[in-house]
Every structure is written in C-alpha cells, then in structure tokens.
Design a protein around this ligand. Sequence first.
Ligand SMILES: [Zn+2]
Length: 87
Amino acid sequence: MADEGTDRTVLLSQCSAAVFRAATVTLMAVSCPLRACGVTVPVVDGVIGAHLGMAGECALGGVRVVDDRVSVAVTTTDAFDAEVQRG
Ligand SMILES: [Zn+2]
C-alpha cells in the first residue's frame, strides 16, 4: 500500500515461481524476479535471502516480498471461478 521509502519490495506476482509450505500459507522460496538473475532463492520471514546473480550479489537480496495473491484473486474472474469449482 504505502511506499515506505527505504523499504524495498517486490510483488509475489512478479516472481515467475514461488514455493509454499503447508497449503500456500508460508512462502518458502521464489524465483528471483530480476530478469538477469532468475535463480531460486529462499525467503525468510517474507524477505528474499542474499544470493548471487549473474553479476555478483543480487540487488534483490533483503527485499521484502509482498504477497499480492489476494488482490489478484479479487480482480481476476478466472481465479474466482476456480474457487467456486473447488467447493
Ligand atoms: Zn536475484
């Protein structure tokens, strides 16, 4: 929501892949959304761990991942349909 200024964030939807534990409750790892990087990195307490990209230490290490799946579900009719079919 509000821009914290010094707190850098990426949206979960910007990551090409994400690994969750226990029915998508806890985010464990993501594919780094930085195009030149793209490695799978662990996420600890919602923060991307420090890791090496193509050109040394990746700039996204220590960046918080914002889980935007809720807003995606609200604005995407496909997701809503899938929710209905599941029940
Ligand atoms: Zn990276």
